[in-house]
Design a protein around this ligand. Sequence first.
Ligand SMILES: Cc1cc2nc3c(=O)[nH]c(=O)nc-3n(C[C@H](O)[C@H](O)[C@H](O)COP(=O)(O)OP(=O)(O)OC[C@H]3O[C@@H](n4cnc5c(N)ncnc54)[C@H](O)[C@@H]3O)c2cc1C
Length: 402
Amino acid sequence: MNLELTAEQRRLRTEVIAFAREELGRDVAADDRESRFPLEDWRRCAAFGVLGWPVPAEYGGRGLDPLTVIVALEALGYGCRDNGLVFAVNNHLWGCVIYLLTHGTDEQKKRYLKPLCDGTLIGAHALTEPEAGSDVLGLRATAERDGDHYRLRGTKCFVSNGPVADVFVTLARTGDRGRAQDGLTAFLVTADLPGVDRTRELTKMGLRTTPMGVVEFDDVAVPAANVLGREGAGYAVFTSTIEWERSLMFAAQVGAMERLLEESVRHANARRQFGRSIGGFQAVAHQIADMKIRLELARLLLYRVGWLKREGRMALTEATIAKIFISESLVSTAMAAVEVHGARGYVADSSLERELRDALGGPIYAGTSAVQRGILAELAGVRGALSGDPGGAARETGGEPG
Ligand SMILES: Cc1cc2nc3c(=O)[nH]c(=O)nc-3n(C[C@H](O)[C@H](O)[C@H](O)COP(=O)(O)OP(=O)(O)OC[C@H]3O[C@@H](n4cnc5c(N)ncnc54)[C@H](O)[C@@H]3O)c2cc1C
């Protein structure tokens, strides 16, 4: 397998880094302090084409293949200091746009993809509920057929982009047909429909420039034309799409790891104690070496998923491994960067304490590390590793694809 970037990918990487450094995240410290969504930066991303990278040109995007999208997102994560903005972009792409791309009808694609690419509409994924986090099949939102509509009722929480989103991809129960996964349906719900309330914002530890909130669906009349896939196939829609979220969403984190490594190397060379640069102490040098090991392994895992997806292949195991390793590696690397910088890494006017706070969400969202390990153990053949019931079937997010 040749993982060398093509000349075109290298050019794209250079362009994206320049764009991200010059045009994004200028006020990130203040935006983070105020938990403010940088709408202007979002529009700049749209104008640069970021929001349409994986979308075919006929629907208003750039039509990049998955491996090239990874290269571009990695560059964005490297060049842009505002991890929250990049996370908002990722939620838009992998929580909403990808559902339309993989399961939307031609009419749905024509209607929604162009405005999602050009920045007119913001997308979000409203899945988690107060009583259904890791246990997606425990969700309680319902959608009852009523002529050419469905009446949608339920509460979704921790929805990234929620307070500013115009389009939600959501899952609701449309029937009770034996197996829990057979009664779910995926919907596209627009925020302008009466009964959609997205006003309850949540304050969080990191990624504060991504707004997060509670979304209430109070007897919303959702057109039947907004079903994604078909009625009852919601779990298959979800599991077949989650691979994208569990891998491509983390490309930007690989870029962030590289940025943290470079900052730490600079500091290790510049900072002097005991008459020499601190990089000369093995304890510090080894921290840097471990950052480099994590970065290279993370990149290999990610590129492998990109390659599999480009070939049109399933990548559930690979995406799950990538999700665990990259998100946990970023936490370790951000932690090491703070340590290498000493008090300069800890104080609030350094970017590093923000980087660490931002990193801590990764092992939770898109399925916690523990749940991912349960999925991997089940995929390896251990019965009940996830459900705790050795006699039962796999029952979580992506534990049982299709
Ligand atoms: C920054 C951030 C952004 C998010 N964005 C979104 C979003 O856009 N849309 C959305 O729908 N949700 C979003 N979420 C919610 C996220 O998907 C859930 O937090 C996640 O699925 C876990 O659910 P929970 O928080 O309810 O934890 P729980 O499921 O209650 O888990 C609590 C603890 O129990 C452990 N646990 C649970 N089940 C098992 C098991 N079977 N085996 C081993 N351990 C287990 C977990 O690992 C965890 O440590 C976001 C969360 C964060 C932190």
